[in-house]
Design a binder for this molecule. Structure first.
Ligand code: F6P
Length: 475
């Protein structure tokens, strides 16, 4: 896939997605020539059909401090790469996005850093995204902006293009107003978001937190889901509501049912020495995910001999934001903890924790989900957590058990999981033991009910419901 310029189509797209990342990854050949490989996440799966039908374009960043190719085509999709300088990667991405907003919006699990220079970079990068979106949108187009990295884009875009309809979806939690109030630029963020016609959040609590922040931090009146906003050309109403995101459950189940994936699942169990109990954690290596809490609970269960002699934990921790200090510190602590547990409990050839600091293809993930008896999803805070839904989608034989933190958006929907407060190590240990010892009938009852939820609410219905509501929202 090599870049093909499509500048001629600028200004002709009826549907524009604006997201921090492009749905493709850049590869560089030996001659230095760039090519693009699809990085199909949930979002692109959901939006691709809408993009194709509406002649859409996706505006995003490649993930590198490189000169961006601008408009190009990959995999039949029109894409526009927004370029970030090395300073912008440092101040906007690593700084304001991931060392200010990320910890603040995740209930200050880590201490947010407030740097004026970082906010200036955030404003500048949001402006680049808004300009790119304004350039691409056809008259009256629908523009869907995504996530905390781009909260100023809705207003910046409206100032340039009052004719377009603007939706915004926040993929991470929106914090309670006492925490949000710490942000020195809270009013700018609220005003930035309120440039949209419709604001979507993962849960009703997130939407309610935002509405309260509008009243408290910006002094704006709200009524039900609506916020009254004064624009240069009069009053406008913005809607804020919950649209819990999901996965392409049917496609994932198809992968999980493939012969080679099922064979790989039994090979994984074989390679692990056919354990009595296989526990699994799959996370980005992020301090929000509660990986240390999970490891400590597991270590104590091994100390106490409560999991039987043949338990194994596979912990996949995919590399993430590796230049941000809090992430580097977390990696050190996770690896020290894994080492301690293995040092104390391993026998030659059979460590009780298999720690994999790697990223895997969907097929390997599906095989891991199929191989695991119990899935451990223990975030301290998580907007949704799609891993929980992926595990459920793969368990087509209705076996397996899910231990799920009550601080995830997914917990609102997956009520038949073993709910836990990950801070309560004793409670977490009891839930893990219960999940490993339930009978097949109870496991089936719980899994069947979760599968009904995940299959009935997939990512396509999430996108359709947001876009239908946006269409009906008075502009
Ligand atoms: O969940 C929020 C999010 O920004 C996702 O959009 C993304 O997949 C993940 O976190 C990793 O983010 P980054 O772009 O920093 O690698």
């Amino acid at each position: 896939m090599s870049p093909v310029r499509n500048k001629a189509r600028a200004g002709q797209h009826d549907f524009v997605v604006v997201a921090s990342r492009l749905p493709v990854d850049r590869d560089e050949g030996p001659d230095g020539e760039a090519s693009w490989r699809p990085s199909p996440g949930g979002l692109v799966t959901a939006l691709e059909p809408v993009m194709r039908e509406a002649g859409g374009v996706w505006v995003g960043w490649s993930g590198d401090a490189e000169s961006a190719p601008g408009a190009f085509e990959a995999n039949g999709l029109d894409l526009v790469a927004v370029g970030l300088s090395a300073e912008q990667v440092r101040d906007y991405y690593e700084g304001f996005c991931n060392a200010t907003l990320w910890p603040l919006y995740h209930d200050v699990i880590a201490r947010p850093q407030f740097e004026r220079r970082w906010f200036e970079a955030y404003v500048a990068v949001n402006r680049s995204f808004a300009v790119a979106a304004a350039t691409e949108a056809a008259p009256g187009a629908t523009v869907w902006v995504h996530d905390y990295q781009l909260q100023l884009v809705p207003r910046m875009l409206r100032e340039q293009r009052a004719d377009v309809r603007i939706g915004f979806f926040n993929h991470i939690p929106f914090p309670c107003c006492e925490i949000f109030a710490q942000l020195p630029w809270r009013r700018q963020v609220i005003e930035g978001l309120l440039g949209a016609d419709l604001l979507g959040f993962q849960s009703r609590t997130d939407a309610a937190n935002f509405l309260r922040a509008c009243r408290r931090a910006a002094g704006l009146p709200t009524k039900g889901h609506a916020i009254r906003v004064r624009d240069t050309d009069g009053m406008r109403e913005v809607q804020a509501a919950a649209f819990p995101i999901s996965i392409d459950s049917a496609a994932l189940e198809v992968i999980a049912r493939r012969d080679e994936v099922r064979k790989r699942a039994s090979d994984i169990r074989l390679a692990l020495g056919q354990p009595d109990v296989l526990l699994l954690g799959i996370d980005r290596l992020d301090y929000t995910k509660g990986i240390l809490h999970r490891l400590n609970a597991y270590g104590e269960l091994l100390d106490e001999g409560r999991l039987g002699p043949q338990a194994v934990l596979v912990q996949v921790a995919s590399p993430s934001r590796e230049r941000v200090g809090a992430y580097r510190a977390l990696r050190d602590e996770v690896e020290r903890t894994v080492s301690r547990i293995n040092g104390e409990h391993a026998e030659v050839g059979s460590p009780p924790v298999h720690y994999l600091h790697q990223s895997y293809a969907r097929e390997e993930m599906a095989a891991l989900y199929l191989a695991a008896d119990v899935m451990l999803v223990t975030p301290l805070r998580d907007g949704m957590n799609l891993v929980a839904k992926e595990y459920v989608a793969c368990r087509y034989d209705e076996s397996g058990a899910l231990v799920l933190s009550e601080f995830t958006g997914a917990a609102d929907e997956l009520t038949s999981a073993f709910g836990v407060n990950p801070h309560d190590i004793d409670g977490l240990k009891d839930a893990i033991v219960r999940a490993t010892t339930i009978g097949p009938a109870e496991a089936r009852r719980r899994m069947r009910s979760m599968r009904r939820q995940v299959r009935g609410h997939d990512v396509a219905s999430w996108a359709a419901s947001f876009l239908d509501t946006l269409r009906q929202t008075p502009g």
